[in-house]
Structures are given as structure tokens and as C-alpha cells.
Design a protein around this ligand. Structure first.
Ligand SMILES: Nc1ncnc2c1ncn2[C@@H]1O[C@H](COP(=O)(O)OP(=O)(O)O)[C@@H](O)[C@H]1O
Ligand SMILES: N[C@@H](CCC(=O)OP(=O)(O)O)C(=O)O
Length: 360
């Protein structure tokens, strides 16, 4: 059977995998595994980003003393991840498919070297016919080391592995043009490049979810800008994955139209690296105008009015406009001491070369 894509990332949210009482919905897990196995047999490469560790661990153990929210997450995820991956392992084995566990932290993407190590690991798995099952390492990802949620992680993985499509499965049919519970609202079927959705997204989340629709939308937009189709659909619907790929027009979902412009691998990494920024470059108005213009322009010291933070050469820095708003991120070509010496000077080499500059 022919499918629309040959390499995809599938992200499954906690709510898809858990029942209302918080226990792991093994029937749902099994149905998703069957669909992924069918895709694999038809030659589609799949990377699975699966939430559900905390939710499946929560129902597994009773604690005798009061735990704070970090301790709960650490404890439940440690137990729940083992249970979850074990289920996947056994279910995929029935189809003769090997799976491997990849537990990521933000650090796994923080430097170019970490990023390439992570990418090599997943590439060798795919080349060897092993399905990577990725989740955040919740046992050690605490506070600033945490991803916003697995939607953010799935965006990074999709971009890193150059998949053609990222399918985000949640417990809702897609992005609604209003509060999903209000009568008269419906799913936005297609999101063109640059379309503003902020009026539609509510801050509400589903029972076990972390980031809500807001992170899904932000990530979807970023990933679509990199040329990857992003689909948000309901993972609780039977056969949804196969339907999305075989009957895209008849299957309800929100589809983000991908950009047709190619983006380099380094730029993709930089685009997802904002959380690792070590400093800020504040540009003057002319410099902002120049970098936002049609031509690819590097950031020269003459256009920078101030520098914040301490950083090394090749670290990520935020690029700020004259009013202190962030307009992008870039990889800096010098350390902070050198950058401060060059500040405002003419005829110097770029602080951020345009190959390493990503504008929002
Ligand atoms: N405009 C909207 N359209 C659809 N869902 C929305 C919208 N605004 C907020 N939401 C909420 O986002 C939830 C999905 O996000 P989340 O709870 O993070 O799920 P997941 O566990 O799948 O990641 C929906 O169940 C819904 O309550
Ligand atoms: N890493 C966590 C998932 C946290 C998360 O982002 O959940 P969700 O918003 O449901 O994708 C877990 O496995 O429980």
C-alpha cells in the first residue's frame, strides 16, 4: 500500500495513552503499535516520541509519605517508563520489529556535539531497522533542564532527522477556531505559513498533558517553517495514523503547510536552541532593518549597541531589537570579552555570520 510520506515522526501525548483513571490504556498502545507496524512493513520509517511515563507510573505505586511535585514526577516516571517501554517492546516484537529506548534531556541538544551524538544514535537505529521510542528523561530533567513538554522534544527530533512529516497525536481532533467545548467551533483544517492562531488557543490543557495547545502550535509553526508537514490529530480515534496517511482529505486534523525553502542542518539546530542562549546582542534600528531584509546579512559589531551575558565562541545568543524584543537566535563567532571589545566598531568580522543566524 502506498503512503503519502516515507519518513515520519509520530508524537503520542499522555492523554492518548492513559485511561480516565490514569492507568495505561494497553488497548490504545496496542492499536497504535499495529498501525506503526503496518507503516513499517510498507517501507515507511517511523520515529516514535511517546509520553505516558508519569501517567503510567502514577497508578503503579502507592507512596507512604508526602512527595513534592518534582519527586513525584521523578518517581512515577522511573517506574512508568520501564512499564511503558516494556509494553512497546513486547507489542512490536509480535510484529517482528525491534525497538530501542532513547531518553533525552535538553542537554542532549545543547551543543552542536551533543546534538550530533544524539542524531548519530538515532540514525544508526533507523538504518538498522530499529524503531527509536523517544521520551524525555523525566528522572533527571528538572526545572530549567526540562523541555516545555514532549511536543517541543518531538519538534527537535523531527527537525534533526529530516522527516517529511511530524504527526502530533493528542486527545482532540486538531486546533479549534475557539474553545473546543463551545458549540459552533470547528477544527481548522489547514494553517498556511504565517497565519496567526493566537486568538483561538486557550491555555487549558487536557487531564494529564503538560504544555497544552499553545506549545503544539508554536512548535508546529517552527517545524513547518523548516519544510516539514505538521499534523495535529486525535490519537484516540481508531486507525487514525493510517487514515491520515492514506486518506488525508477525509481525515479530520489540522495540517500546517510546510515552507518550500530548504533550511541547513546547522540552522535547524540553532532554531531549536533558544533555551540554551548564554547571552544577548542588542542591535540598533539600522542593523535590525538590515538583518530582517530580503538579503542574507551577518550581524556586524557596528550594528550592536550592547551585549549581555558571558559566553564562549560558538555559544548560542539571543538577537534583540532596539526595543529589547527578541528577533532571533544565532551562533556567536567570538567570546563575550572579544565581542565587547569590538562593540560598535567598523570594519570588524561578523559577530554572527548569516549562516548561523535564525530569525523568528
Ligand atoms: N483552540 C484549541 N483547539 C484544540 N484544543 C485546544 C485549544 N485550545 C486549548 N486546547 C486544549 O489543548 C489540549 C491538548 O493539549 P495537551 O493537554 O498538552 O495534550 P497532550 O497530552 O496530547 O500533549 C486539548 O485537550 C484542549 O483542552
Ligand atoms: N515525559 C512525560 C510527558 C510529559 C508531556 O509532555 O506530556 P504531553 O503533554 O502529554 O505530551 C511522560 O512521559 O510522562
Amino acid at each position: 500500500m502506498a503512503f503519502q510520506f516515507t519518513k515520519i515522526a509520530v508524537k503520542v501525548g499522555s492523554n492518548v495513552l492513559t485511561r480516565r483513571d490514569g492507568t495505561l490504556d494497553v488497548t490504545r498502545v496496542s492499536a497504535l503499535v499495529d498501525q506503526i507496524a503496518e507503516l513499517r512493513k510498507a517501507g515507511v520509517e517511523v520515529v516514535l516520541i511517546s509520553s505516558g511515563a508519569v501517567a503510567s507510573g502514577r497508578s503503579e505505586i502507592k507512596v507512604s509519605r508526602k512527595l513534592d511535585s518534582v519527586q513525584q514526577r521523578q518517581l512515577y516516571s522511573a517506574v512508568g517508563q520501564a512499564k511503558l517501554i516494556n509494553r512497546y517492546y513486547e507489542l512490536f516484537r509480535e510484529h517482528g520489529i525491534a525497538v530501542g529506548q532513547v531518553l533525552a534531556t535538553k542537554e542532549s541538544f545543547s551543543t552542536r556535539r551533543h546534538y550530533l551524538n544524539q542524531r548519530n544514535c538515532m540514525r544508526v537505529m533507523l538504518e538498522s531497522g530499529v524503531i527509536p521510542i523517544v521520551n524525555e528523561n523525566d528522572t533527571i530533567s528538572v526545572t530549567e533542564l526540562m523541555f516545555t513538554d514532549n511536543d517541543e522534544l518531538s519538534g527537535m527530533i523531527a527537525s534533526m532527522l529530516d522527516v517529511q512529516a511530524l504527526i502530533i497525536l493528542s486527545n482532540i481532533d486538531g486546533i479549534y477556531n475557539g474553545s473546543p467545548s463551545q458549540p459552533g467551533t470547528s477544527v481548522i483544517r489547514e494553517v498556511e505559513q504565517g497565519k496567526d492562531l493566537s486568538d483561538y488557543i486557550q491555555t487549558e490543557k487536557s487531564g494529564f498533558g503538560r504544555g497544552g495547545m499553545l506549545t503544539k502550535t508554536t512548535i508546529a509553526r517552527k517545524v513547518a517553517d523548516e519544510g516539514i508537514t505538521v499534523i495535529i490529530a486525535n490519537g484516540k480515534k481508531d486507525n487514525v495514523l493510517l487514515d491520515l496517511l492514506q486518506h488525508p482529505d477525509e481525515t479530520v486534523c489540522t495540517r500546517f503547510v510546510p515552507s518550500s525553502e530548504a533550511v541547513s542542518s546547522v540552522k535547524k539546530w540553532i532554531a531549536h536552541s533558544e533555551g540554551f542562549a548564554k547571552g544577548e546582542l542588542h542591535l540598533n534600528e539600522q542593523a535590525v532593518k538590515a538583518v530582517k531584509g530580503k538579503k542574507a546579512v551577518s550581524i556586524l559589531p557596528v550594528g550592536v549597541v550592547s551585549i549581555e551575558g558571558e559566553f564562549e565562541k560558538d555559544d548560542i545568543v539571543k538577537i534583540m531589537d532596539a526595543r529589547g524584543r527578541q528577533i532571533g537566535v544565532g551562533r556567536i563567532g567570538v567570546d563575550s570579552a572579544e565581542a565587547r571589545e569590538m562593540l560598535g566598531m567598523h570594519g570588524q568580522r561578523p559577530l554572527v555570520h548569516y549562516d548561523y543566524l535564525y530569525l523568528d
